[in-house]
Write a protein that binds this ligand. Sequence first.
Ligand code: NDP
Ligand code: 8X3
Length: 261
Amino acid sequence: MKLSGKWILITGASSGFGAAAAKAFGAEGAHVVLGARRVDRLKAVAAEARTAGAASAHVHALDVASTASVTTFVEWTKGLTPRVDILINNAGGAHGLDTVATSRDEDWEAMVQSNFLGLLRVTRAVLPLLPHHDGASIINIGSIAGHVAYEGGAAYCGVKAAERSVTGALRLELNGTGIRVGSLDPGLAETEFSVVRFKGDTTRAAKVYEGTQPLVATDIAETLVWMASRPPHVCIDEVVIKPTDQAAIHKLYRRPVAKPA
Ligand code: NDP
Ligand code: 8X3
């Protein structure tokens, strides 16, 4: 399916996967509608999407943790286009890597709000704009953390497991409409994810990727374009994509790192 001229709405487009997806769909000649809280960053991403070939690129502040913000964003979108062909629910991330015994409410609440309730809120608001034909798609960004739990990941793994349930329920609810619902579940990828998880501690974040070769945002963006561009009768239900160095969530190959003399 050609993406040229299609309308793609991407949440969390100010960095990482969302920003790379804006450029990748732009390169296909699509219109991109981008939301996140950091509007200056969104504007820079939109400029890059236009340079890549986007039919148009539009930005507006969006906090998926707020129903009012989601409503404002989607009302603004309706002023741009009567239809959204592809919705990419990407906004989210992890806050902290603490055990259940030592976690803080505010970190749990931020993860539930963005990764889980945000996904539901945005989907509910955008559904009326998705056409019931022509291969419209909802693609949710999950994680391998939604498949296998790890220590310190109770809430993050929990919300990503919830994403799988939301994806499954939506696919059942929308059966017969022609709207496709898929999940893209990445493993370790170097974006701003770990800097956010560790609250700006870039040294701790860099250690996550030390000696190994993680995925990069363009790996995910290319996969999103592939999923969205399948023929309308083909729904890519679920894609799990991991670095070659990551045999399993707990099995990451690390090369020896040279110590300074
Ligand atoms: P980044 O931190 O680089 O990007 C996260 C994006 O989400 C930013 O654009 C941020 O924008 C946005 N965001 C966060 N909270 C909100 C909110 N409340 N409202 C609107 N936007 C929000 O990380 P990634 O690109 O890696 O993460 C993208 C998605 O991929 C997340 O759902 C993450 O959980 C998932 N993921 C990441 C993996 C990884 O290893 N990197 C692996 C598997 C899944 P802003 O702050 O401007 O609002
Ligand atoms: C991000 C991947 O393994 O760091 O969803 O949780 S992981």
